[in-house]
Design a protein around this ligand. Structure first.
Ligand code: SF4
Length: 488
């Protein structure tokens, strides 16, 4: 598929729209005022025409054609990129017969937009209409975004502006899942690195403790993620958690999560250790309750191991247990997904997070190049089932986000029993609190006191780079001080 741009360069957004319809396509980009290609194409044009600007698109998919045009005054203040995206969406919908449920909303945080409109005083109906008219978002997706915002708002109001959350990255896993898009090394390949990684991580925690202290920031929530933090042994976990409690005032911490993640890393000793060191919330993630699917994705643990790990966590008595599952896993079927979800509901964790599979490369999808997505796909059915069954079992959506290359442009939703929402997940998604992040692959997200400025500070991605360039990285971390200095 060739994307031809004339008078504009909205490459990122236009490609995003095309991927809603033909996710596996590889795109060629051409800048030209004419269409001179023999294969499928989309021509996206912005042209001055006297006192006007003519915005037009022409699309051709295997000979099926559609076009749209809109003329606006050349001095009108319009969002050309959005108009062209909408014109292309209309043309591609006509060709394929598909209307993606999020419309032209290709961004990560649709709930943030809902929150903005609520802040402006708009009602449910007014925002629904805006979502529909401006972004072609379906009422169904809008409704879930709105409900998510409604749950979040009460919790967002509890954030102290001088507080922050701490993210600790442990980028190791026992084996690599076939769909993984995270920076994570297998424990066996990283074995030699791990002692030094823990040393440096503890150093960075101490450094960050001093930084936060000098800025007068108070620690609010802690999140250990990765990777799978419980890939480390109990003594390694204890060392890192002690570095946290010695470097920060943890007396006011409202939530302390450790992603135990994979059942094959969980032991009673490790869970008792993390609880003794302050952890209040653990994730024990089955991803599916179907052994053949677990095998297909290379998780190397069984459903029975998940149940055992969950029982240990329940016995030890964490305040909250989260479980993650994924819709759209290779070899999974709607029926098998439904029984996974039913099984989890019977188990009754406080949170069930339903992810949609995100594929690293579009070519990994089960689609031929340029083949449109199907209307009633298995993954769509799985997500619809979750949205139907969870509310009637007392779970409400409390955070929602989307990622690049998610199957069918769907979403991830964290569901929670009332009062059991994870604060950290809301803060990171809605970008309302500074996250100071430590460890390889972590990135700090600085949010100013007014919640208007946002800056990221990246750590080195791979553990080896992280260790090698540690001093340089700490130097860079001082950008945090400059960021807060601008407040004055
Ligand atoms: S457990 Fe998570 S981070 Fe680890 S390999 Fe699997 S998907 Fe990647």
């Amino acid at each position: 598929m060739t994307l031809i741009f004339s008078g504009n360069d909205y490459k990122y957004e236009i490609e995003g729209i095309m991927k809603l319809f033909i996710p596996a396509s590889r795109f060629k980009y051409i800048y030209s005022d004419s269409i001179d290609v023999s294969d499928s194409y989309a021509f996206v044009c912005s042209a001055l025409d006297g006192e006007n600007t003519r915005l037009s698109v022409k699309a051709d998919l295997y000979g099926k054609k559609a076009e749209r045009e809109l003329v606006v005054g050349k001095d009108d203040s319009v969002d050309e990129e959005l108009i062209l995206s909408k014109l292309l969406y209309q043309a591609m919908s006509e060709i394929t017969g598909i209307k993606p449920k999020w419309g032209v909303m290709t961004g990560v945080r649709p709930v943030k937009r809902v929150n903005k409109y609520i802040d402006k005083g708009l009602s449910y109906d007014e925002i629904r209409e805006l979502f529909s008219k401006e972004f072609y978002c379906s009422d169904e997706k809008f409704d879930i975004a709105y409900k998510t915002a409604a749950v979040q708002r009460k919790l967002m109001q509890t954030v102290d502006k001088r507080s922050f959350s701490l993210y600790v990255s442990i980028p190791f896993c026992p084996t690599r899942c076939s769909y993984c898009s995270f920076i994570s090394q297998t424990i066996s390949s990283a074995k030699k690195l791990i002692p030094e990684y823990i040393d440096r991580l503890c150093d960075e925690i101490r450094f960050t403790g001093q930084l936060a202290g000098s800025l007068g920031l108070a620690l609010d929530t802690v999140y250990f993620g990765g990777g799978t933090p419980t890939s480390l042994d109990a003594s390694g976990l204890a060392r890192i958690m002690k570095a946290v409690s010695e470097s920060f005032d943890v007396s006011k911490v409202r939530e302390y999560t450790v992603e135990a993640g994979r059942a094959d890393t969980i032991t009673e000793e490790k869970l008792r250790t993390v609880k003794a060191n302050g952890c209040t919330r653990v994730s024990v993630n089955p991803q599916t309750l179907n052994n053949s699917v677990l095998e297909a994705i290379g998780r190397r643990h069984t459903v029975e191991q998940f149940y055992d790990a969950f029982d240990i966590a329940a016995k030890i008595g964490f305040e909250h247990i989260n479980t993650d599952i994924i819709a759209g896993l290779p070899t999974d079927t709607p029926d098998s997904f439904y029984s996974t979800l039913d099984g989890l509901i019977r188990l009754g964790p406080d949170n069930i997070t339903v992810h949609t599979l995100s594929i690293k490369r579009a070519a990994d999808l089960n689609h031929a190049e340029d083949k449109p997505i199907v209307l009633k796909s298995p993954t769509g059915l799985m997500i619809d089932y979750a949205s139907d069954i969870l509310p009637i079992n007392n779970y409400q959506p409390y955070y929602l986000y989307r990622q690049k290359n998610m199957l069918e442009n769907l979403e991830n939703i964290g569901w929670s029993k009332p009062g059991c929402e994870s604060l950290y997940n809301i803060f990171i998604m809605e970008e309302i609190q500074t996250i100071l992040a430590v460890g390889a692959g972590a990135s700090s997200k600085l949010v100013d006191l007014e919640g208007k400025r946002l800056q990221r500070v990246f750590n080195y991605k791979h553990p080896l780079e992280y260790i090698k360039h540690f001093d340089l990285m700490l130097e860079k971390k001082k950008e945090t001080v400059d960021f807060y200095a601008e407040e004055k």
